[in-house]
Design a protein around this ligand. Sequence first.
Ligand code: PLP
Length: 395
Amino acid sequence: MSDLPTSVLNPPARLLLGPGPSPVHPRIYRAMTAPVLGYADPLFYEIMEDTKTLLRYVYNTENALTFPVSGTGTAGMETAIANAVEPGDEVIVGIIGTFGQRLQSIAERHQAVIHTVEVPFGTAIAPEQMEAALKAHPKTKVVMMVHGETSTGVIQPMDEIAKIIKAHGAYLILDTVTSLSGAPVNVDQWGVDFAYSGTQKCLNAPPGLSPFTVSDRGEAMVQARKTPVGVWYLDLAGIRQYWGGGRTYYHTPPTTMIYALREALAVIAEEGLENRFARHARNAQALHAGLQAMGLSLLVKDASIRLPSLTTVNIPEGVDDAKLREVMRDQLNIDIAGGQGLLAGKIWRIGLMGYGSSSANVYSFLTTLHQALALQNHKTDLGAGLAASGAILGN
Ligand code: PLP
């Protein structure tokens, strides 16, 4: 047995400035070392209730059924679709990047009849495009959209589109994985019926839970289904027995991750959502200004739809994408990501999420990128970049 790995686990503390996981806040690491309670311990119920209350705050909702799905963001995605869609239901999927494509793949597995509204990556869906699709497909039961598209760095404006979807009587599933607590997510105001997120983005907990909320109307629709939900583990009727207040065991809650989420949400409430949004917007603008002043260009041309938590930078001609990211990670200790799907090899994805959205990280990232590009003989004007960021950050 001498070849079994028995050394003490010792991963390095990298600065995570990619699309998630994001840097874990120290308060959250501390919470994760707290003793594990039993799933039926009244003290654990208190922690669950705090988590639900805080989740309603970040989602801006009064929805009764608001809880974390066990699993990463995709588990929330699958919960929404598995519960909202019955075989043969017509749905419209808004595709502004690869996570819209994932919504489509999951909806296919649940045998939806799919219509899509697709736009070039780096842009958002216009209200008229959604209106036209709803008129063309009047039997549409559910519309699925991504609010913060992590593959392109676009934030999909929701105010007008949500009104149109409601006016047509369709249910709305909204992916808020990369937007929740980094930009306003107004579940009740927009009339979102199912929203899900992930713990490893702007919430700064490790990956492992998918915060979820369902409107009363959405719950009533699920209760009126003619066919059982195809995924037992994610059936809202079962999950409600435990998280809804009845406290009947369904599946064991991942205790330590729930501690992490509870603490993450408490950190957010302490800062206040408005302050948090302003901080994300300011640091993102400083990053954008700095990158452009250095001579680099951004994928998303329209500044009004740039996602504050995730920036996409075009890779300059002649620069080796994989090599640069390797140097950034292994020599300079900063983790960023490349593009996905059609954008692979074309862009880098830089996350300033939650605790990671700081002026210090803007300056560190610009300096490190300058250095990594210089190693490939690609010159950038770091002085101009830092000055442009500083003009926004005021320091
Ligand atoms: N939706 C969006 C917008 C995402 O960015 C991600 C992950 O990056 C997901 C869904 C899927 O989440 P996970 O990878 O946590 O399952």
